[in-house]
Design a protein around this ligand. Structure first.
Ligand code: GLN
Length: 500
């Protein structure tokens, strides 16, 4: 007989195996997670919406399939927390914004559909910075999420809800989206694993658009293997997304199971270190590089000089694309409508609705983007940013001529206190210094835990970066590092987290 609370501590792979063998039912697993949500989420605020009925109905279906002797998929019956940026038929999708409050999408995103087809149990929708703009989840219109390691601190963003759900054992799997770091930076700050697949590797259909040339959905989990299993479920070509890559999904699960780095060439990027990096973060990063060397990897330094301009380019490209994407929130099509009393024109209603429905950061970006794209400024701003983007891609291409993967810290600091950077957009933007280059170039990257910073006892993330469509290398290196660290620590890092 399995202790029900213990079910929330298992990995997704273990959970699926126990369900498949009949040791536990999917309903028991789901109920254990719903109980955990009831017990802790008032404090954490990882979820915006919990779909108890839907989750239990899926779990019952999995148990019935098993009873009928049908073969179950590798994640059948495993609970998952879905970022509230993916449409879910019949369930709210707010993107953390008031402008979509009360909107019930009539269709499932491709990611949602693939999760359902794989019999994954969707527990609910997680909190996020409004329209995925932010690095702390404080820009959510529905209030901030706490970091399970210290509830007075941010869990990172924009996908802080998904990562906090993992770190507080409310779900073993989650989905995030990464436009400039929103999967990897929250993973780093919560001691979990997060992967931004190659751009186009996971369908964007039904994923509310922020910056379409950068947005990428991906897996979040507590182990590298769990992330790989989830990656395989959601990835692959989708005719509904014109930028979806029509090629086989890289062998990520096989790579996660192999975890061999002997003979691999690993590049350290000097531009992703130095001033502004917390000493404890650099200490853990340096130890990780040493560990890779001990494991048989060859370490070389590879300079990527254009990375120093990545942040500036990103904060022109992302706002420019968002100013166009968010034009669809016009009070006519979805969600909120303000001032429609029969006396006002459609334009006035649109303006009043956008004024009331968007938060400060979203408005700041729409204004910035509109300005950067306006005639006369286009070449100076957007055009220059696109040139920098090309230079960054060239830096990567050159680096990958001599190394298999690159490594860096995922974020320059550990989790900061709620409120500390809320009124300082520049300080907030700096959180994505190390993650943004991969979004601009479209290649694959992962964050995984590499220890706790000595000065504050908070998690530090190691970033691994691979060429486009070589996502499997992330998992190979990630699995090796994870196994070596766990052998050294004697347990997974999250066991060190103060229990809620
Ligand atoms: N923090 C970055 C931003 O605010 C990245 C967000 C993201 O990846 N969605 O734009």
């Amino acid at each position: 007989m399995t202790d029900m609370a213990e079910l929330t501590r298992l990995t997704a792979a273990e959970t699926a195996a126990r369900i498949a063998s009949g040791e536990v039912t999917a309903v028991e697993v789901t109920q254990a997670h719903l109980d955990r949500i009831d017990a802790v989420d008032e404090k954490v605020h990882a979820f915006l919406h919990v779909d108890r009925e839907g989750a239990l109905a899926t779990a019952r279906e999995v148990d019935a399939k098993r009873a009928r002797g049908e073969k179950l998929g590798p994640l059948a019956g495993v609970p998952l927390a879905l970022k509230d940026i993916f449409t879910t038929e019949g369930q709210p999708t707010t993107v953390g914004s008031k402008i979509l409050e009360g909107w019930i999408p009539p269709y499932d995103a491709t990611v949602t559909k693939r999760l359902k087809d794989a019999d994954v149990v969707i527990l609910g929708k997680t909190n996020m910075d409004e329209f995925a703009m932010g690095s702390s989840t404080e820009n959510s219109a529905y209030g901030p999420t706490g970091n399970p390691w210290d509830l007075t601190r941010i869990p990172g963003g924009s996908g802080g809800g998904s990562s906090a759900a993992l770190a507080s054992f409310q779900a073993p799997l989650a989905i995030g989206t990464d436009t400039g770091g929103s999967i990897r930076q929250p993973a780093a700050l919560t001691g979990t694993v997060g992967v931004k697949p190659t751009y186009g590797g996971v369908s964007r259909y039904g994923m509310v658009a922020f910056s379409s040339s950068l947005d990428q959905g991906g897996p979040c989990a507590r182990t590298v293997l769990d992330a790989a299993l989830l990656h395989e479920v959601i990835a692959g070509h989708d005719p509904m997304d014109s930028t979806s890559v029509d090629a086989p999904v890289p062998p990520v699960v096989e790579a996660a199971r192999s975890g061999e780095v002997r003979g691999m060439r690993v590049g350290v990027v000097p531009e992703l270190s130095g001033e502004g990096y917390q000493p404890g973060v650099m200490q853990r990063f340096d130890e990780s590089v040493e560990l890779l060397r001990e494991l048989g990897a060859e370490i070389v330094e590879v300079s990527c000089p254009s990375f120093t301009r990545a942040l500036a380019a990103y904060y022109l490209i992302a706002p420019s694309e968002c100013s166009s994407n968010l034009a669809r929130f016009d009070a006519m099509r979805y969600g909120l409508r303000v001032g429609d009393d029969g006396t006002r024109s459609a334009e006035e209603v649109t303006a009043l609705t956008r004024e009331a429905g968007f938060g400060d950061e979203v408005k700041r970006r729409v204004m910035l983007g509109t300005y950067a794209l306006s005639s006369g400024y286009y070449d100076a701003y957007y055009g220059s940013a696109q040139k920098v983007r090309t230079l960054i891609s060239r830096d990567f291409a050159k680096a990958f001529e001599s190394v298999d993967v690159l490594v860096s810290p995922t974020a320059p600091t550990t989790a900061f206190p709620i409120g500390e950077r809320a009124d300082d957009p520049m300080a907030m933007y700096l959180a994505d210094l190390c993650t943004i280059p991969s979004n601009l170039a479209g290649n694959a990257a992962m964050s995984l835990p590499c220890g706790l910073a000595p000065e504050d006892g908070l998690p530090v993330g190691l970033q691994i970066i691979a060429p486009a469509m070589a996502d499997d290398r992330l998992y190979r290196v990630g699995a090796a590092v994870e196994a070596a660290f766990q052998a050294r620590w004697g347990h997974p890092l999250l066991e060190e987290a103060p229990s809620l």
